[in-house]
Design a protein around this ligand. Structure first.
Ligand SMILES: [Zn+2]
Length: 276
């Protein structure tokens, strides 16, 4: 059997279970509370599960990326799970069997935030499923976070109100440093697509692979912060910038964005009493 051949049991064991084991304490708590809350709820005519206040309050605490990841993993934990006896001690999770309900409410919350209904949780079915397809399906689509942020700022008229245009998500404060890809990654790779999943799979097999001299840390042990880079389209008073940051604080936090950067190449933030 080629290692690229898709196998439901292997996907569950090698992909879903380790990722669920890596949920943060907060994620685990939210998922457990959601599970308890959703246990006796059923699908309505529109195929959704009704979100009441308790569920809404839990979902609101998750970033859009977290909703996407948690929803899909919970769904697949239930859907791909092989026979009962092979659960690897994960029975301690109270939400077994209702993963699809968690996914359903996560998708509803994403749809509300994104103002569109394209986020589908349907598992790619049929004979043609491959590891590549599965990996793509499980990953927050490349660029989609930036697109989402950009659309949100457009919709809420950030340019008109504040003279700011979203440029990109800026990564900074790499801890301990930016993870370094090397020739070893390419050599060990099955697919040649170095996704997070692929790197973690190779590291399980070969140990830490970061190319930085003396570094012995796993991919997941390299972290960084992210914030939006906003370009000024006119000179703006400092109070206006502060107002912008305050107005969007909740949205940014929810999307794990901290420390807004301002591109002042062309225009300036005018500080009181200092400017011409
Ligand atoms: Zn490193």
């Amino acid at each position: 059997m080629s290692s690229k051949e898709f196998n439901y049991e292997r996907a569950w064991k090698e992909f879903v279970v380790p990722k669920i084991a890596k949920f943060t304490e907060t994620e685990r708590t939210i998922v457990t509370l959601l599970a308890v809350s959703l246990k006796d709820k059923h699908q309505e005519h529109n195929l959704n599960i009704k979100i009441d206040k308790p569920e809404a309050e839990l979902l609101e605490q998750l970033s859009t990326e977290q909703l996407f990841r948690i929803g899909k993993l919970c769904h697949d934990y239930t859907d791909l799970k092989p026979g009962k006896e092979k659960r690897d001690g994960l029975d301690k999770f109270e939400w077994i069997g209702i993963g699809w309900k968690i996914e359903n409410v996560c998708n509803q919350e994403i749809a509300t935030r994104e103002d569109r209904m394209e986020v589908s949780g349907l598992f790619p079915k049929g004979d043609r499923i491959s590891w590549d397809v599965y990996e793509q399906f499980m990953e927050w689509p490349k660029g989609s976070k930036e697109e989402f942020i950009m659309n949100f700022f457009k919709r809420t008229k950030v340019e008109e109100t504040y003279g700011l245009i979203f440029e990109a998500i800026q990564s900074y404060e790499f801890d301990p440093h930016l993870y370094m890809i090397t020739g070893k990654h390419l050599k060990y790779s099955d697919s040649g697509m170095l996704s997070e999943y692929e790197i973690e799979r190779m590291e399980r097999q070969h140990g830490p692979l970061c190319g930085m001299k003396g570094c012995n840390l796993l991919f997941s042990e390299h972290t960084h912060k992210e914030g939006p880079m906003m370009r000024l389209t006119r000179n703006i008073e400092e109070e206006k910038v502060v107002e912008f940051v305050k107005r969007y604080a909740k949205f940014l936090k929810r999307n794990k964005l901290v420390g807004v950067c301002f591109n002042e190449k062309q225009f300036k933030i005018l500080q009181k009493g200092k400017d011409v």
